[in-house]
Design a protein around this ligand. Structure first.
Ligand code: UDP
Ligand code: MG
Length: 136
């Protein structure tokens, strides 16, 4: 049975800074994930803290929010078959050193914090995260 869904992807500051937007978008589209909407924005630290609220108790939270708000990012709605899980597969493991070959984080990630992309981890969070960036 088909399961077309949407997920939120972010190209993080380290990748935007290195002009990797088109290369990363091409990986999604070549793999049949449609970019339904996209926008380049620069979050404030408070907005980054709101976005990553699920991580507020983690030791890396403050650095993570500083980082996500350190420069422009590109937020995208990706749509396709099993998009949430499939995007996570294309991204690879959180730590680029542990990511599989040909994944985005293996190809472009610098470190566990500067790992080039974000992707929603469940259909429920995808809806929340899409609304965060694309509420109209
Ligand atoms: N992160 C970090 N240090 C860690 C774990 C995570 O800086 O030890 C950052 C990293 O940028 C990661 C984000 O926090 O992408 C969110 O962590 P999560 O565990 O949700 O990883 P993801 O879902 O992005 O793979
Ligand atoms: Mg996560």
């Amino acid at each position: 049975m088909s399961n077309v869904e949407q997920t939120l992807s972010i190209i993080k500051p380290d990748a935007v800074e290195r002009n990797l937007i088109d290369e990363i978008k091409a990986i999604f589209t070549k793999n049949n994930l449609k970019i339904k909407q996209d926008k380049k924005i620069h979050l404030t630290k408070d907005e980054a803290a709101e976005f990553y609220k699920v991580h507020q108790s983690k030791p890396f939270y403050d650095d993570l929010c500083t980082y996500l708000s350190s420069g422009p990012i590109v937020a995208m709605i990706l749509e396709g078959e099993n998009a949430v899980l499939f995007n996570r597969e294309l991204m690879g493991a959180t730590d680029p050193k542990k990511a599989e070959d040909k994944t985005i984080r293996k190809l472009y990630g610098i470190s566990i914090d500067k790992n080039s992309v974000h992707g929603s981890d469940s259909a429920e969070n995808a809806i929340k995260e899409i609304n965060f960036f694309f509420k109209n």
